[in-house]
Design a protein around this ligand. Structure first.
Ligand code: F6P
Length: 193
């Protein structure tokens, strides 16, 4: 592909409350980001008319794409890392309820698998078909989740599995990657809200 575009969903109600996972709606700020996206896309993305939008099946990514007039495709494989028994909890609650797990995750975040949930390694495996399809596409904007976009970013930027789970993917920012011989060139378009 010539360029790859992706953004996290707008701020969600769970983001505001500091809760993991879930399927919450956007916060008022998140909705503002969704409303700002069409003009950001038409300003910064060349041939924006031909863009296809890929979302997960979660409400927060679909709501973020809501005002974009493009073709859309919702992939279950783009759903956020499944936090299993930690879903809907704060990091503090996870630490209280599952102290050993919390420590294990800290020691090896890439391989740590949540009880009844997934690890980053699991997510890398389930993203393989998405990435293969993405490689064949010319013009896609992914509206995704933090852990998922870390995996996609690491794939195109050749980041190690050790660094991958700590990559910073900020909210309310569209990231453009342009594949090159070794790694990609990167640009970020931020919406101030
Ligand atoms: O907090 C938002 C979120 O997308 C959670 O749903 C998810 O579990 C988490 O980020 C992933 O980040 P980390 O792997 O750093 O906990």
């Amino acid at each position: 592909p010539r360029n790859i575009y992706f953004s996290r969903h707008g701020e969600s109600l769970f983001n505001v409350m500091g809760l993991l996972g879930g399927d919450s709606e956007l916060s008022p700020r998140g909705k503002q980001y969704a409303r700002a996206l069409p003009s950001l896309v038409s300003t910064y993305i060349p041939n924006a008319g031909q863009l296809t939008i890929w979302t997960s099946t979660k409400k927060r990514t679909i709501a973020t794409a809501k005002h974009l007039p493009h073709k859309k495709l919702a992939w279950e494989a783009l759903d956020e890392l499944e936090a299993g028994r930690a879903d809907g909890l704060t990091y503090g609650q996870v630490e209280d309820l599952f102290p050993e797990d919390f420590a294990n995750r800290d020691n090896d975040k890439f391989n740590y698998r949540y009880q009844e949930g997934e690890s980053y390694r699991d997510v890398v495996a389930r993203l393989e078909p998405v990435i293969m399809d993405l490689e064949r596409q010319n013009h896609v904007l992914i509206i995704g989740h933090q852990a998922i976009l870390r995996c996609i970013y690491a794939y195109f930027m050749n980041y190690s599995y050790e660094r991958l789970p700590y990559i910073k993917i900020p909210l309310h920012t569209v990231i453009q990657l342009t594949p090159g011989a070794y790694a990609c060139e990167e640009k970020r378009f931020k919406v101030d809200i």
